[in-house]
Ligand binder design. Structure first.
Ligand SMILES: Nc1ncnc2c1ncn2[C@@H]1O[C@H](COP(=O)(O)OP(=O)(O)OP(=O)(O)O)[C@@H](O)[C@H]1O
Ligand SMILES: [Mg+2]
Length: 491
């Protein structure tokens, strides 16, 4: 079948980074074509080129066999090419409806037709299965709902080509299966779909064809049926991967974190303990209150009742400064909102929580700081031309790695909470992060892992607590925990 769109021999360079090295890619009507590769391999760059959002130095862009001039996102949208980006691109202060029809509000004689806008929005919202009032301000929605608004926007453009860059990274299992239903329906209607994901089960569940990028070059395009997981990983990583989970068990030491009867506006009566050297997991559906427990413990949300002790010392309520001083660290879930400092370089983003370690009499010792940061950046294989590179120019997964490096640099930590630590992280780096967490536990750190991925919790944790509606509904020891039991407690 003739491709709907086709990229041929695309070369793209950024200062210091050769992002795409002569890549060929095409999309046929009625197929899901998955694009996979490690963090920084060039997937998002290829997508931005398809979308007309970035230029390229060399190569050809064809639509239905003919050379096409796509130089702006408007050009692409006009030709029926719509993109749901990896990082949410919504205007938080505008309504859901205004976001969906941004730049295309229905109007007559210069006046916006609000009634029609809300009607049209309600229609596409129904298509994606999001039950919100179109007049709701986007800032009031959770990440998952915001992602669905992006998808609704893409659909409202009558897309013939729909591009999705890690669309499920913030969705719950039921939202994911609804999204899959939608993708399959669109495929049946003849839409060409480019799908990017680090979750291999998704690739095998959805894709008709798979293209693998490694280091900016295409290493393979093949039918999904001709691949299995091991082969696909081999193509992506280019070397054999060791064990995914390498958790070594040790008896827990002294209590590192003790939480008793903690309540905030979002969680009720939370009690649990993490010993030095233990990894304790939090499972549950999106919105069950897992992140909110972390926020309550760290003093980011107001504590209404309960006690928290860190390393045996009482943590006063509502004091983030005290939490830090006693050795609590957090790798947050929403890196764009609360994690990174987009204007700063990779090095400063990594060292910002550990500056006092590198200062003497009030002066930062730049040399020692750079050395320590460079070691972590190497260890996590962060792909960056230099430590001075602005973090916002890194690929999504590499930004996440820098956030993890930030907490690995801190020496005085007693407890580290990691919220969705491998979201957007490729398989190779994922195994490395699991190894690191195990190593940290081995050094006596208490770890709390919040995750929506059950295999991750089962592979890593000594104990898993399950939450629902702001409360802990059960606790399973490693030996007795299974996916089924975790789900039963979460539902
Ligand atoms: N605007 C930019 N300026 C400089 N370098 C960039 C820019 N955008 C991307 N890069 C670099 O280009 C390379 C490819 O990045 P890209 O975002 O395409 O990777 P990716 O495959 O989408 O990775 P991930 O899985 O982490 O999302 C990376 O090394 C990245 O740091
Ligand atoms: Mg990307």
């Amino acid at each position: 079948m003739e491709p709907l769109v086709e990229l041929r021999g695309i070369h793209k360079q950024y200062p210091g980074v050769y992002a795409l090295k002569g890549v060929d890619f095409d999309l046929r009507p009625g197929e899901v074509h998955a694009l996979v590769g490690e963090n920084g391999a060039g997937k998002s760059t290829l997508i931005k080129i398809l979308a007309g959002a970035v230029s390229f130095e060399q190569g050809e862009y064809r639509i239905e066999g003919k050379p096409a001039q796509i130089h702006s996102p408007q050009d692409a949208i006009r030709r029926g090419i719509s993109v749901v980006y990896q990082e949410l691109e919504l205007a938080p202060r505008l309504s859901v409806a205004e976001n969906i029809f941004f730049g295309r509000l229905p109007s007559r004689r210069g006046r916006v037709l609000w009634a029609q806008l809300y009607r049209d929005s309600a229609l596409v919202l129904e298509q994606v299965g999001l039950e919100v009032d179109p007049e709701t301000e986007v800032a009031r929605l959770g990440i998952a709902a915001q992602q669905l608004v992006e998808i609704a926007r893409a659909l409202s453009c009558q897309a013939r080509v729909l591009v999705m860059d890690e669309p499920t990274s913030a969705l719950t299992p039921s939202e994911i299966s609804r999204l899959f239903g939608l993708v399959r329906r669109l495929r049946e209607q003849g839409t060409a779909i480019l799908y990017v994901s680090h979750k291999l089960q998704e690739i095998f569940a959805l894709a008709d064809r798979v293209t693998v990028l490694r280091d900016g070059a295409r290493v393979a395009t093949s039918g999904a049926g001709e691949l299995d997981e091991a082969r696909l990983i081999g193509l992506m990583v280019g070397r054999p991967l060791g064990e995914m989970f390498s958790r070594r068990h040790r008896p827990g030491g002294a209590p590192a974190l003790e939480v008793e009867g903690l309540s905030t506006a979002r969680v009720r009566d939370i009690s649990f303990q993490v010993r030095a050297g233990e990894i304790v997991g939090f499972s549950g559906l999106m919105g069950a209150g897992r992140t909110e427990v972390a926020r309550g413990v760290l003093g980011l949300d107001r504590r209404l009742a309960g006690r928290v002790r860190v390393g045996g010392e009482e943590l006063p309520p509502d004091s983030c400064a005290a939490a830090r001083r006693l050795g609590l660290g957090l790798v947050p879930e929403d890196r764009r909102g609360e994690g990174i400092f987009p204007q700063l370089g990779v090095g400063h983003n990594a060292s910002i929580a550990a500056l006092e370690q590198f200062s003497r009499r009030g002066w930062i010792e730049g040399g020692r700081e750079r050395e320590a940061v460079a070691a972590q950046v190497r260890r996590l294989e962060v792909r960056t031309p230099s430590l001075g590179q602005r973090i916002s120019l890194l690929s999504g997964g590499n930004q996440q790695k820098v956030l993890i490096a930030r907490w690995l640099l801190r020496q005085a930590l007693v407890v580290l909470v990691v919220d969705e630590p491998t979201r957007g992280i490729d398989v190779g780096a994922r195994a490395e992060i699991y190894r690191l967490l195990d190593e940290l536990a081995g050094q006596g750190l208490g770890l709390v892992v919040i995750s929506s991925e059950l295999p991750e919790l089962l592979g890593l944790c000594d104990r898993i607590l399950v939450m629902k509606g702001g409360r802990i509904t059960g606790a399973l020891e490693r030996a007795e925990a299974t996916q089924e039991k975790l789900l039963a407690l979460a539902l």
